[in-house]
Design a binder for this molecule. Structure first.
Ligand code: PLP
Length: 425
């Protein structure tokens, strides 16, 4: 498509966009009387209007039914979480029985380590990406120490090449093969939070499996953003938070995926609690644990219904719009933003102001290195109703999301950015 950096052109794209109506499903912050241009769906997705009702229903049932709500609420609480598995399984490319919602992301990764990081004297190493999200680094290092190993020896980080801003799949695979029979686990962020790169999850999973390791993915920046085929790729396990592209609310419940081959097994190590035992016999309160035959066997506590309610609300949107439709719009929207950035560069007569460090394997997010521009520009954008996200040393992350960002916003953003640069220089 031949793009133009004009409001008319952007409006024409909006008029052709079947998903444009979904913008009105979300609540936008207002700055100086105007709805913001929201670029931080990669950090905290906007609130779907319909989530309020889902929460109110629980509050009303709690008020009106109290403990009886567990079984008599319109959506009974004792099996409330089951409602999320089916719609969520479509988002991540899994079978419904492989997916559940519980706890929060880092907690789930720790719990999944019990099953999928089982180091031996010989096979104890973990491969991850260098500069992984800090919580993942702390999680991995503390797991390694818990098992009596030294993180310096056990954790192998795949580096980017000198002068490059992205990881090469061949380098990841080479490292996996090099660690070989010492490799216990591969755990990488499927979409890197910093540069927005989408890893080749299929190839890397295959390489890890070939070497006899478990392979898991942290899908915090991937769920609801990129095409996932966890079952088809043979991924062992994965977890993701729901408050980024999944729009379920701050700090909210996490999704977990466990490959079907580990389901309905009694002998897999796992930390267990009463919500993981078969529901038919759960309330007999007997001492034996009979695991649920699906991913719910990993559920420890009774479900935090108030926090999964807005997740269910958000999933009803993902049930109306498929990932393929979202991705089709995302590709054009992100490409248009990229075009706008390059056009502004050229109009300012300096093609070195922005450097997009996100490689072509990307989802919504463009990470833009601002040469010679400081945090003042970020502040200017905020004052002018554009919410972006700043990462040291000099990177703004822009994540136009297909659910609620428009083409006209990309154009408008370009104009604000240009004025900001002219004003600050
Ligand atoms: C956002 C994010 C987290 C956040 O973890 P919580 O346990 O939900 O606080 C973890 N890992 C990655 C890769 C993330 O992007």
């Amino acid at each position: 498509m031949q793009f133009e950096n004009t409001r008319d052109f952007a409006k024409k794209l909006d008029a052709q966009d079947k998903l444009a109506v979904y913008k009105d499903e979300f609540i936008f912050p207002v700055i100086n009387g105007k709805k913001v241009i929201y670029f931080t769906g990669n950090s905290l997705g906007l609130q779907p209007k319909r989530s309020q009702k889902y929460i109110n229903d629980i509050m009303n049932d709690w008020g009106g039914l109290a403990v009886e709500g567990h079984f008599k609420a319109e959506k009974p609480w004792w099996d409330y979480h089951e409602r999320l598995s089916e719609p969520l399984s479509k988002v991540v490319g899994a079978k419904p029985e492989e997916v559940t919602v519980m706890n929060t992301l880092t907690v789930n990764l720790h719990l999944l380590m019990v099953s999928f990081y089982r180091p031996t004297k010989k096979r104890f190493k973990i491969i991850c990406e260098e500069k992984a999200f800090p919580s993942d680094q702390y999680m991995l290092a503390s797991q390694v120490r818990f098992h009596g190993f030294d993180p310096k020896e056990a954790i192998v980080e795949v580096k980017k090449r000198k002068g490059e801003n992205f990881w090469r799949t061949e380098d990841v695979v080479k490292e996996i093969d090099a660690v070989g029979d010492e490799l216990a686990l591969v755990l990488i962020g499927g979409v890197n939070y910093y540069n927005g790169q989408v890893f080749d999850m299929e190839t890397i999973t295959k390489a890890g499996k070939k070497n006899g390791a478990f392979v898991g993915w942290d899908l915090a920046h991937a769920a609801g953003n990129v095409k996932l085929e966890l079952n088809k790729w043979g991924v062992d396990f994965a977890a993701w938070c729901s408050y980024k592209y999944m729009n379920s609310g701050p700090g909210n419940a996490s999704g977990a995926y466990i490959n079907e081959k580990y389901l309905d097994k009694k002998d897999i190590p796992r930390f267990e609690g009463w919500w993981g035992t078969k529901k038919e016999t759960r309330f007999l309160m007997e001492p034996e644990f009979h695991p649920m035959s699906n991913a719910e066997a990993w559920q420890v506590s009774n479900a935090p219904v108030l926090s999964i309610a807005p997740y269910l609300a958000s999933l009803s949107l993902f049930d109306e719009v498929s990932m393929d439709e979202l991705i089709a719009k995302r590709n054009v929207l992100t490409a248009y933003l990229e075009f706008v950035l390059h056009t502004i560069d050229a109009e300012l007569g300096d093609t070195t102001i922005f450097e997009i460090i996100t490689p072509k394997e990307r989802g919504c997010q463009l990470s833009v290195f601002l040469h010679g521009q400081g945090k003042e520009l970020f502040d200017y954008l905020m004052e002018n109703g554009v919410i972006t996200d700043w990462r040291e040393p000099n990177v703004i992350r822009l994540a136009p999301t297909p659910f609620y960002n428009s083409f006209e916003e990309m154009y408008e953003f370009g104009q604000i950015l240009k004025r900001g640069i002219q004003q600050i220089n």
